[in-house]
Design a protein around this ligand. Structure first.
Ligand SMILES: [Zn+2]
Length: 349
């Protein structure tokens, strides 16, 4: 009879015990998790306080990842503060340190990309190149790596290698048509063995199909083939190279042609090479012409800056590839009135 009772109660008691064990285990796990979370939150807050004070060192970022399990993306975001401050060496230390701890291939690739881009921004082209080549060894379709290699080879004037990279980009359906024309133009201008006349004709042929290279062509002509420039001046939009024309020597001007083109007449009147008292459509030129013809004791000069039509950032020196967004031939010249050099010097006396 006893045995029967036990048999009757056993299953219920067993189930009850099982639930109790599960409950206790869950509760303990829950409590432990809360404890761990609170502990790491506190430590994290301490770290963030350090960060706000600007005290966080490169090693601290590695600790945040390895010891405090802060998500990878958050560390990368925090480390980007070094980039904003232009402290490229510190950013590099963080990325290299993380590379030693990160195991997932995707994260390794992301870190190598960041490292390569940081070297590139810091002007360490050789190291940047090595990093991107390393990425391509295990991820040959990485477009970031391929595009940056293109920029690097372009800067290093290694145009044949740049063409190889464009072939790879072509194969993975990236649009590099404009890049191809652009690199071909640069390679042609850089070819010291080709006679100037032959080079001029080849550049003209490219320009006729793709006017985007206008400034590269004009820059070449003003340096090496001025007769062709003056003879074919109607082919070009001269306002786009106002800076190049402004800095031409007086002896290089074909005055007969200058007289026939209002823009050039205004430009060289503003410069003081001509004596005309005319108004220009360009405000800065009009002001300069007016001051040149007045008795006022002001010494104004013209300076230029460049605005990217794609990313809207400005730079003080012309670059055929925007240093911010990497687009090609998107920089537009903007004139700017400045104090003249003579006046600055005389004010020092
Ligand atoms: Zn830009």
């Amino acid at each position: 009879m006893d045995g029967l009772v036990i048999e009757y109660h056993d299953p219920l008691f067993g189930i009850f015990t099982l639930f109790l064990v599960i409950f206790i285990a869950s509760f303990l796990t829950y409590a432990y998790n809360i404890y761990i979370e609170r502990k790491s939150r506190k430590e994290y807050r301490d770290f963030i306080k350090k960060f706000e004070l600007g005290d966080l060192k490169e090693d601290d970022y590695i600790s945040l990842y390895t010891t405090y399990n802060l998500p990878f993306d958050s560390i990368i975001l925090l480390a980007s503060s070094f980039l904003h401050k232009g402290e490229y060496n510190k950013a590099v230390s963080v990325y290299q340190g993380l590379l030693n701890h990160v195991k997932e291939p995707v994260k390794k690739e992301e870190l190598l990309e960041l490292l390569g881009k940081t070297y590139f921004k810091g002007g360490f082209l050789q190291r940047s190149k090595e990093t991107f080549l390393k990425i391509l060894q295990f991820s040959p379709r990485n477009t970031q790596a391929l595009f940056h290699l293109l920029f690097i080879y372009e800067k290093l004037r290694e145009y044949t290698k740049a063409e190889d990279v464009m072939e790879s980009l072509d194969e993975i359906d990236e649009n590099v048509r404009t890049d191809k024309t652009y690199i071909r133009t640069l390679a042609l201008i850089d070819n010291i063995r080709m006679p100037i006349d032959e080079k001029t004709q080849k550049l003209l042929a490219i320009y006729n199909i793709n006017p985007l290279i206008e400034r590269l062509f004009l820059d070449f002509l003003l340096k090496y083939n001025k007769p062709f420039f003056w003879k074919n001046i109607e082919l070009f939009d001269l306002t786009k190279i106002i800076d190049l024309l402004w800095f031409l020597d007086q002896k290089d001007l074909e005055l007969e042609i200058v007289e026939k083109i209002p823009f050039l007449k205004h430009l060289y009147s503003a410069k003081g090479f001509l004596k005309d008292n005319v108004a220009s459509e360009i405000f800065e030129l009009s002001v300069l012409i007016a001051t040149k013809n007045s008795t006022l004791d002001v010494n104004l000069d013209l300076n230029f800056y460049f605005l990217c039509t794609k990313c809207k950032k400005t730079i003080p020196m012309y670059d055929s590839r925007c240093p911010h967004c990497h687009n090609i031939l998107t920089l537009k010249v903007k004139p700017q009135l400045t104090k003249g050099y003579y006046e600055k010097n005389s004010s020092l006396q």
